[in-house]
Design a protein around this ligand. Structure first.
Ligand code: E4P
Length: 215
């Protein structure tokens, strides 16, 4: 399973990119708003840091508007993926982008049928939101498992991005459930690096090392 970072914060992206773990970036209007910066400028900076799919989300609700907005982002770079909401208008836009060879990420997916529709419309990626499902007492990981089985059975090559990741266990579970990608907040990537026994181990090695006679 590949790892994306789910943020519009350039320093978080730079830090994760330096670890060599990043295969892509996802953003959304809320994450962009949090930064209080011009989005095109932010995208340009991200493009310089990460050589992989970078999702830029449209905010129009009609297919024509989505296509218009998406084409503006798509012309910036081949790595830009247009993120489109899972609606019937969104599917029309996905279909039109696919006809032009522009990759899309269908977002706000909460059911297996929505994922199937998105894939059939020509989406390159689908983003089931596991944390938001867990929040309302539905099993987000079960959804990943269902979508993964359906795509396998029917030879669908749309990639599944486990989104709305809240903690490191979600990442492990999403990988086991068949997600191709997990898009993680910086905090979760950071939490994934840690283990108390690693810290203890380093402490003990350094303590022992300090007793080694030096010439
Ligand atoms: C996915 O691409 C979304 O940006 C994201 O994962 C949403 O997560 P949230 O539920 O934490 O807002």
């Amino acid at each position: 399973m590949k790892l994306f970072i789910d943020t519009a914060n350039v320093s978080e992206i730079r830090d994760a990119a330096e670890m060599g773990i990043l295969s892509g970036v996802t953003t959304n209007p809320s994450l962009v708003a949090k930064e209080g910066r011009d989005f095109v400028q932010v995208l340009q900076e991200i493009l310089e840091l990460v050589d992989g799919p970078i999702s830029a989300e449209v905010v129009s609700l009609d297919a024509d508007g989505m296509v218009k907005e998406g084409l503006e982002y798509a012309k910036m770079h081949k790595n830009i993926v247009i993120k489109v909401p899972m609606t019937s208008e969104g599917l029309k836009a996905v279909h039109r982008f696919a006809q032009q060879g522009i990759r899309t990420n269908v977002t706000l997916v909460f059911s297996a049928n929505q994922a199937l529709l998105a894939a059939r419309a020509g989406a390159s990626f689908v983003s089931p939101f596991i944390g938001r499902l867990d929040d309302i007492s539905f099993d987000g990981i079960e959804l990943i498992r269902d979508i993964s089985s359906i795509f396998d059975i029917h030879g669908i090559d749309t990639e599944i991005i486990a989104a709305s990741i809240r903690h490191p266990m979600h990442v492990t579970q999403a990988a086991l459930a068949g997600a191709h990608i997990a898009t993680c907040p910086y905090k979760v990537l950071d939490q994934m690096t840690k283990h108390p026994l690693t810290d203890q181990g380093i402490e003990r090695f350094l303590a022992d090392w300090s007793t080694v006679p030096k010439k």
